[in-house]
Design a protein around this ligand. Structure first.
Ligand code: CMC
Length: 439
């Protein structure tokens, strides 16, 4: 097979099956930025062949206007706005509006959205009972996944995905209620009373309140920590077609209700190669124990037979640096400074590992740089958030991206059920033999 691209007004790619006279001309599509993309939809019809791209490294699964990443340049844009500007100047609620609606809100729209979200922070009282069904030592991601999936059983009034108003209510409910469920999963695991949401607090403050407050004592927000939590939420809010978002879209393409789709996203996020990495970074640093052990650990990572990865390093798309990691590193120093933590051995070790890895040919040649998860765990630990809650926090933030992507999918007239093909390499057709005739 060979292919050629032509530079005519409407660019195309011609694919020719080598050794035959069969060929087809495929359109080359362009987005507003980013590489051109071959539209292969008629390839099978014309030539009877599929394309093969396990891991989807070179496949665009959809058209989207939400998030753009240039992995070579280390650029991340939400609706065109650089992540650095949003992290510095905006806040999570405004970013959530931007992701969902496509534009930054004016003052009245922002206020209405803020109110709309805070009006939905409580969950149906009956949902409390779900928590009792879990073991106290259940991982909070297991609880989050189960309870978010169960929301569909409580909010029948907004399950019609073809009704724009119902889609909007479902999106608001998810953005508002996931922090409540996440905080309760934590409270359940430590045996403390659930704290009901407080709508006088900001989104990040309310989440910290539900995690850390107890009914017996007054609780006061720390503005630096609230700001850090808000920034973590902004940085994790969306990341185009990553594994969990693609899972949400795939589930959504079947017409499944939004709560089920987000529960599917939560399940996909849990893996250590994805959202579970922040938890894995801290586990890795703790296991390494002291800086003297770093060189031996790096040797193990480089050993092909070990299967050990430097967690918090590497990214499918970023091959220069992860812009979120840089902001996270600065936030990490800010938070430790505010908390008066002068000597944090894990941070010292993380910085030493970063220094070693960034000068080592193994990491340089493979373009492996710290990703968003390398420093986030250290910040969260300093804020008193236990390790097993790290991925839950990621899920709280990413819910906004997931619902925005789900909404875009449902509103896309060209969307069809997601149904990849395969290269079948199993047995060819053969006849059944009865058990007494098998060797
Ligand atoms: N440590 C050591 N080697 C690595 C690492 C790492 N963290 N990441 C990739 N490599 C090696 C990999 O072994 C391969 O080597 P070789 O060419 O010799 O076979 C080469 O680099 C290319 O890696 P890949 O596996 O083809 O890369 P990928 O795009 O399939 O995987 C990744 C991306 C993020 C899953 C992977 O880098 C990884 O597992 N990193 C550690 C987990 C992590 O930090 N994940 C969080 C990602 S950011 C937040 C999120 O999106 O959820």
């Amino acid at each position: 097979m060979s292919s050629t691209a032509s530079g005519a007004a409407k660019p195309t790619v011609t694919v020719t099956l080598d050794g035959t006279n069969r060929s087809t001309t495929l359109p080359l599509l362009s987005g507003s930025i980013g590489p051109q993309t071959v539209d292969i939809r008629k390839l099978y019809g014309d030539l009877g062949i599929f394309t093969f791209d396990p891991g989807y490294g070179a496949t665009a699964s959809c058209e989207s206007k939400i998030t753009y990443i240039d992995g070579d340049a280390g650029v991340l844009l939400y609706r065109g706005y650089p992540i650095e500007q949003l992290a510095e100047k905006s806040d999570f609620i405004e970013v959530a509006y931007l992701l969902l609606e496509g534009e930054l809100p004016n003052a009245a729209q922002l206020e209405a959205f803020r109110k709309g979200i805070t009006n939905h922070t409580m969950v149906h009282e009956q949902l409390r009972r779900f928590f009792d069904g879990f073991r106290r030592d259940a991982h909070p991601m297991a609880i989050l996944c189960g309870v978010v999936g169960a929301l569909a059983a409580f909010y029948h009034d907004n399950l019609d995905i073809n009704d724009a108003r119902q889609r909007e209510i479902a999106a608001y409910r998810l953005i508002a209620k996931v922090p409540t469920i996440a905080a309760w999963a934590y409270k359940y695991s430590i045996g403390q009373p659930f704290m009901y949401p407080r709508n006088d607090l900001s989104y990040a403050e309310n989440f910290l309140y539900m995690l850390n407050a107890v009914p017996a004592e007054p609780w006061k927000a720390n503005p630096i920590l609230s700001r850090a939590m808000d920034r973590i939420l902004v940085l994790h809010a969306d990341h185009e077609q990553n594994a969990s978002t693609s899972t949400v879209r795939l589930a959504g393409s079947t017409g499944a209700n939004p709560f089920a789709c987000i529960a599917a996203g939560i399940a996909a996020l849990w893996g250590p190669a994805h959202g579970g990495a922040n938890e894995a970074v801290l586990k890795m640093l703790t296991e390494i124990g002291k800086p003297e052990n770093i060189p031996a650990f790096i040797r193990e990572v480089k050993d092909k037979n070990s299967h050990t990865k430097l967690m918090g390093f590497g990214h499918r798309v970023y091959k220069n640096f992860d812009p979120r990691a840089k902001i996270m590193k600065d936030t990490c120093h800010e938070v430790l400074g505010e908390l008066g933590i002068k000597d944090e051995p894990l941070l010292d070790m993380a910085m030493e590992m970063e220094r070693i890895a960034l000068t080592d040919d193994y990491f340089i040649s493979r373009k492996l740089y710290p990703n968003v998860d390398f420093y986030s765990g250290i910040i969260l630990k300093a804020m008193g958030i236990p390790t097993h809650m790290f991925t839950v926090l990621f899920a709280v933030a990413r819910t906004t991206g997931w619902v925005s992507q789900w909404k875009e999918l449902i509103e896309d007239p060209s969307q069809r059920i997601g149904r990849p093909r395969q290269i079948y390499s199993g047995a060819v057709q053969r006849d059944y033999t009865s058990v007494d005739r098998r060797g």
